[in-house]
Ligand binder design. Structure first.
Ligand code: SAM
Length: 194
């Protein structure tokens, strides 16, 4: 199997063979609760969307959603599940997105932990370039001492160092019903763009 997670092939092979231990095939409660606080017309980006299970709720609420993934297998899955709304899913590399700074919310789920550790600084910088002042980077982060991955765990201290030049941490809670691959380390974090 392809071993370089910076390469879309790494993910294509796993989606094509159904080896997706990160995919809970549901819409997590923490997400639902947070999403309900967002009004219609909220602009949301879902990077590394995978199967994009959460997108339908956002669309039903009237949000404007861009869901992207650089794996064509993931994009094909997401489009198939979204049917008439498939147009909001695109194949794209997060790091090559135009710097538009107008998203109200970027939803994180198993994306940061899927990146090679050498891309973390670029992730923080890119997030800052995409979210408007007062907007949020909010979702699930894998807080753990696990340098082998993916998923690559991160400590809160390192995450603070990466994000604090642009973001303030507003909320943090541990997820009790995490998938085995994230057990004990999954947290909902809300970071507000300064
Ligand atoms: C662990 S999966 C998580 C998928 C989804 N968020 C979920 O929770 O089910 C990581 C996803 O990020 C995608 N990905 C990794 N690097 C990416 C990049 N630079 N740009 C876009 N997508 C990327 C992979 O293709 C994969 O679908």
């Amino acid at each position: 199997m392809q071993q370089d997670c910076a390469d879309p092939d790494f993910w294509d092979v796993r989606y094509a063979s159904g080896v997706m231990p990160w995919d809970s095939a549901d819409v997590p409660e923490d997400f639902q609760r947070f999403a309900r606080t967002k009004g219609a017309a909220c602009r949301v980006l879902v990077p590394g969307c995978g199967s994009a299970h959460e997108v339908k709720q956002l669309l039903d609420q009237g949000c404007q959603v861009d869901a992207i993934d650089f794996s064509i297998e993931a994009v094909t899955r997401a489009k198939a599940s979204l049917g008439q709304h498939a147009g909001c899913v695109q194949q794209a590399d997060f790091f090559l997105l135009p710097e538009r700074q107008d998203y109200d919310w970027i939803y994180e789920r198993a994306f940061f932990c899927a990146l090679p550790m050498g891309r973390r600084a670029a992730y923080a910088h890119k997030m800052a370039s995409l979210i408007r002042q007062g907007g949020v980077l909010a979702g699930f982060f894998f807080l753990a001492e696990s340098p082998k991955g993916p998923p690559f765990g991160v400590t809160m201290e390192v995450l603070q160092q990466l994000l604090s030049p642009w973001f303030e941490l507003l909320a943090m809670s541990k997820v009790e019903q995490a998938l085995p691959v994230f057990a004990g380390g999954e947290h909902w974090l809300t970071w507000q763009r300064l």
